[in-house]
Design a protein around this ligand. Structure first.
Ligand code: SF4
Length: 485
């Protein structure tokens, strides 16, 4: 059977079904067990449902203020957002007065024991009013239930509705307390549903064209959106709404006016694309812009859809004529290097083929925090034979992956970065990036440059030095134990 039980999991054999070794002779339905609660006893690397809502979906909106109804810990956790930069430009031509507002501020109710006993709804109302007074420039306020306030049953919807009337602004309640699902994935879904139900169809865009698209699941990590916006501008395609990178609150309200939805992150935001199709008959296509082949294919498909084939060709050619030679030089250095890709979900099927096809690297392990069955099916299709595919790996498994599969580089999030470094393995952040953007042709070149710089950093030579010292010390200790000859 191609399922494997790691040494560190001897006491928790349930983990075996989450660890699959790719075997192409195996039936299609054999994939790792996924989207279930973490096996007790595992130190998971996952985030909670609340983190999925605020950290992924709503935290990228440039003009919204967030009020987290929680003990202060969740509020502090929610402050640590991904690198979601924003411009001050608003669709009506105004400028938002605070730069990167979404990255700078978070507010919370700081729930205490007495609030747990007597209820925290009054405190929430007071806090929203206070936050609104402090940041009058915010165009909307988003409130969040968390584990504590979800458990005591505070009705954040009622409070939000009441305050919205009082202040004359949207106050959107997001009910995704940490325990709402097995991982952050549940929070993505709740945020999609709430934003769709409360906002879409409530606003009209300042202008429309025949080439309006919703770019869904694009959060502008380290400027990804701006790369794609350049391509689309050059093709004459207008991004009417982004969900939700560098977008403003009102943009979500007019998503129903687009001609087509493009779904970039197909784990966190396919929900709203499906709702737009069901309710407003807006077709959607799933797109992939990582690497070289995928953006080429997807820009061509988009060109074909809108009758802009030539424009698509021009975008591709103008980038590839300078990117290809640089990429080829990097390929000489990266060829044969082993990689472990550990993402939240979809980057595990976006990245393996480009890394192998374009850079000659060898993807030896992939793992995700919250991918579902459809994502694992794609991963299985796109990785090479004998690649280990792991769902929700725990910290000890992470160490075993490094010891057993010996990657030359780990592509992961910040939690795993320092573990990899301590084990002497370079690591590049693919959740928040190092020197992004990483999307599109230029982005893939950035990723290749970062991997090259990380692998060939002279600091790793000091590991050999450390090993020599350790060997010397152990030889001395051995000699001391033997005593004088
Ligand atoms: S919502 Fe729950 S799991 Fe999430 S940070 Fe708060 S306490 Fe932790």
């Amino acid at each position: 059977m191609p399922f494997d039980l790691f040494e560190v999991d001897k006491e928790i054999p349930e983990r075996k079904k989450h660890i699959y070794i790719k075997d192409s002779k195996d039936p299609k339905e054999h994939i790792p067990a996924c989207n279930t609660t973490t096996v007790p006893g595992c130190m998971t690397e996952r985030g909670c449902a609340f983190a999925g809502a605020k950290g992924v979906i709503t935290g990228a909106i440039k003009d919204a203020l967030h009020v987290v109804h929680s003990p202060v810990g969740c509020t502090a956790y929610a402050y640590g957002t991904k690198r979601y930069p924003t411009t001050p430009d608003m669709p009506n031509g105004d400028k938002f007065p605070i730069d990167n507002f979404n990255l700078k501020y978070i507010t919370g109710t700081d729930i205490r024991e007495s609030d747990v006993v007597f209820g925290g709804m009054d405190k929430l109302k007071k806090c929203i009013l206070e936050a609104n007074k402090e940041f009058p420039e915010a165009n909307a306020i988003y409130t969040y239930a968390t584990c504590t306030t979800g458990l005591i049953g505070d009705d954040i919807d009622a409070v939000s509705r009441e305050v919205a009337e009082e202040i004359g602004k949207d106050v959107i309640a997001i009910n995704a307390p940490g325990f709402a699902g097995p991982s952050q994935s549940k929070g993505h879904q709740v945020a999609n549903d709430v934003l769709f139900e409360s906002l879409v169809g409530t606003k009209e865009p300042p202008r429309t064209t025949e080439y309006d698209v919703n770019l869904i699941g694009e959060y502008n990590i380290d400027g990804d959106l701006w790369v794609l916006r350049e391509y689309f501008d050059e093709m004459g395609i207008n991004i009417l709404s982004t969900f939700s990178g560098d977008c403003c609150h009102d943009e979500i309200g007019w998503m129903h006016r687009a001609k087509l939805s493009l779904v970039r992150c197909q784990r966190s935001s396919n929900y709203i694309a499906k709702l737009l199709k069901e309710r407003y008959d807006i077709p959607y296509i799933k797109v992939d812009f990582f690497g070289i082949r995928y953006p080429t294919e997807n820009l061509k498909a988009l060109g074909e859809y809108f009758g802009k084939e030539e424009e698509a060709e021009k975008v591709i050619e103008s980038r590839m004529k300078w990117i290809r030679p640089e990429l080829d030089k990097l390929k000489e250095k990266l060829q044969g290097k082993k990689v472990w890709v550990f993402s939240g979900g979809p980057k595990n099927w976006h990245l393996p083929e480009p890394l192998e096809e374009e850079l000659g690297m060898d993807v030896v392990a992939v793992s995700t925090m919250f991918e579902h069955e459809d994502g694992y099916e794609k991963i299985k299709e796109r990785v090479g034979e004998n690649t280990v595919i792991i769902d929700d790996p725990n910290s000890l498994e992470a160490e075993e992956i490094i010891e057993k599969y010996k990657p030359d580089i780990v592509l992961s999030g910040v939690k795993e970065k320092y573990l990899a470094h301590k084990m002497g393995v370079p690591c590049i952040l693919i959740h928040s990036y190092e020197n992004g953007p990483y999307i599109g042709f230029e982005g893939f070149l950035n990723l290749a440059k970062d991997m090259y710089a990380a692998i060939y950093n002279p600091v790793w030579k000091l590991m050999e030095f450390e090993q020599e010292i350790e060997e010397e010390i152990s030889a001395e200790n051995h000699a001391r134990r033997r005593g004088p000859s």
